[in-house]
Every structure is written in C-alpha cells, then in structure tokens.
Write a protein that binds this ligand. Sequence first.
Ligand SMILES: Cc1cc2nc3c(=O)[nH]c(=O)nc-3n(C[C@H](O)[C@H](O)[C@H](O)COP(=O)(O)OP(=O)(O)OC[C@H]3O[C@@H](n4cnc5c(N)ncnc54)[C@H](O)[C@@H]3O)c2cc1C
Length: 288
Amino acid sequence: MKVIDILHEKDVTISFEVFPPKTDDKYAQVEEAARKIAALAPSFMSVTYGAGGGTSQNTAAIAADIQNTTGTPVLAHLTCVSSTKDHVRRMIRVYKESGIENIMALRGDIPKEGRTVFDYNHASELIYDIKSQDASFCIGGACYPEGHVECERPSEDIAHLAEKVAAGCDFLTTQMFFDNNTLYNFLYRIREKGINVPVLPGIMPITNKRQVARSISLSGATIPQRFRMMVDRFGDDPAKMKQAGVIYATEQIIDLISNGVTHIHVYSMNKPDVAAGIMNSLSEILKS
Ligand SMILES: Cc1cc2nc3c(=O)[nH]c(=O)nc-3n(C[C@H](O)[C@H](O)[C@H](O)COP(=O)(O)OP(=O)(O)OC[C@H]3O[C@@H](n4cnc5c(N)ncnc54)[C@H](O)[C@@H]3O)c2cc1C
C-alpha cells in the first residue's frame, strides 16, 4: 500500500525505521529484529540505504522480506550522490519487482574522501528520475527543521525543499529533533511557502549515552537543557538511560499528536524493545 494513502486513511500513524546489515553475517539478526518490529503493527516501516549504496542489495532484501512475510507496507530508501544512473535505475527496477510501492528518495551524504561519480547532485534529480521511470511510486523526501548542515540560510534550504516537492515528493520526513517547538516553527515556515504535503516528524529515542554525541554530529540537532539533564542523570546506567530515553521520545510523540501532528516516524534503529516501549505507552492513543 502507498504511504500517502495510509496517511490519508488513518487519523494517527506510527511508523518505524530499520537499517540493513553492513555485512551479510548480520543479515539474519536484522531480519529477526525487523520482523519483531513489524509484529507491533506499525502503519508502515522504512528501510534505510547504506551510505554510498554499498549495502543496496540488503536494503532491497530486508524491505521485500518485511512486506512479503508480515504484510507491513514498506518504504525503501534510495540515495543517489555516490551512484551512477545505471545503478539507480537498476535499484528502482528491483524495488518494483519486489512489490515495493514507496521510495524515500535521498541525495545521501557527500563522501568524506570526495566524489567519484557525478550523475546526480540533488535529491530532486533522483525524484525526477524515479517519476519518469515509473510514475506510480509514492515518493518521500527528507527535510530538516533546523536546516540542512550544508545550507547556511534556513530560507534557502526551504526554497530547495519547495523544488524537491515540486519534483514529485508525496510526503516529507524530518531529521530528528529534540524540542517540538523546532518542528512547529518549521511547519509554520514551510506552509507559508506553499509546501503543503504531509510532514512526518522523525523521532529518535536516545537510549544510550554514546548515541547522544553521534546523533548530534550527524544531524546537527539542538539539545535542549531538559534532555541534557536527563543524559547527565541517567547516562552512566544503561537500563535507566534506556527507560528515560523511551519516555522522552514518547512524550515528544504525545505532544505532537496533541498539537495535531499525527503521523509520526520513529527511528527505532533495529531495536524491537524500544519500539515496543513506545507502542505500549500509546496503546489507547492509537485506537481509532
Ligand atoms: C528522513 C531521512 C532519511 C534519511 N535516510 C538516509 C538513508 O537511508 N541513507 C543515507 O545515506 N542517508 C540518509 N539520510 C541522510 C541524507 O542522505 C543526508 O542528510 C544528505 O546530506 C542530504 O540528503 P537530501 O536527500 O536531503 O538532499 P537534498 O534534498 O539534495 O539536499 C542536500 C543539500 O543540497 C541543497 N540543495 C538542494 N537542492 C539544491 C539546488 N537546486 N541548488 C543548490 N543546493 C541545493 C539543500 O539545501 C541541502 O543543503 C536521511 C535523512 C533524513 C532526514
């Protein structure tokens, strides 16, 4: 089923993300985690694409496995900046043949060692490509409530986002953020610029101390004082940090839903227990 139809059909949705194994020996482990997360009945699940496309076959295989064995609709990610047009078009065909109807179309990070292929510069070019190869795909795009790290002016980033939506994005998913006011402010600014597709806030449950530095450096997200105090208090005790992190993420979700932002994407990071903690706390809220 297409994500855009799910968003129109359901009042409140929770979706979860998994990432594919980097090495084949971890495949069964990731497959099992993905199936356990699917058993929690999310509205859909997304499968990320390894930076540089090196694990692209695993993305396609995990995505097809989730959809075919659990019936959960899947959103398969695809990046373009390190790939040739041939490779990207092959991946689109693989997704199609696997029955996948939704693609998260991304540029991908510029490799630290520099680029070796120059077939794509921006996600919008990938979106055009997917649409011209097969217009029936439902397409998601990424957006950045605090601005993309490479773009100095938030207003320029929003102008580029408008181009991306014009290229054919059906919905957007945000980078992680830890203060919901950041999201409300962003929504106000993009709606003012005529970007009216559904926006799914991306919520990252931070469940261990190491994740904090990594998540901030990858996303550039601002860390509120409330969050800082939580990590300071519980960061050295893994069990306490995990519980506090799941509750923090759940509180963010409840606040979003209370304010009418009702389609939420959770970066569940192959952790069924974290996904279950969130789903259990929302069991009544998710009833239609
Ligand atoms: C929800 C989500 C999911 C993600 N999933 C993955 C994944 O599976 N695999 C992975 O490797 N990475 C993933 N990423 C990370 C993403 O690949 C990086 O953030 C990447 O740096 C930007 O990708 P993009 O698709 O947003 O790029 P773009 O939309 O192309 O934007 C990148 C930068 O280029 C600028 N720009 C866009 N168009 C133009 C233009 N016409 N002229 C000048 N500048 C322009 C933008 O302002 C921005 O600064 C994800 C990010 C998010 C938020």
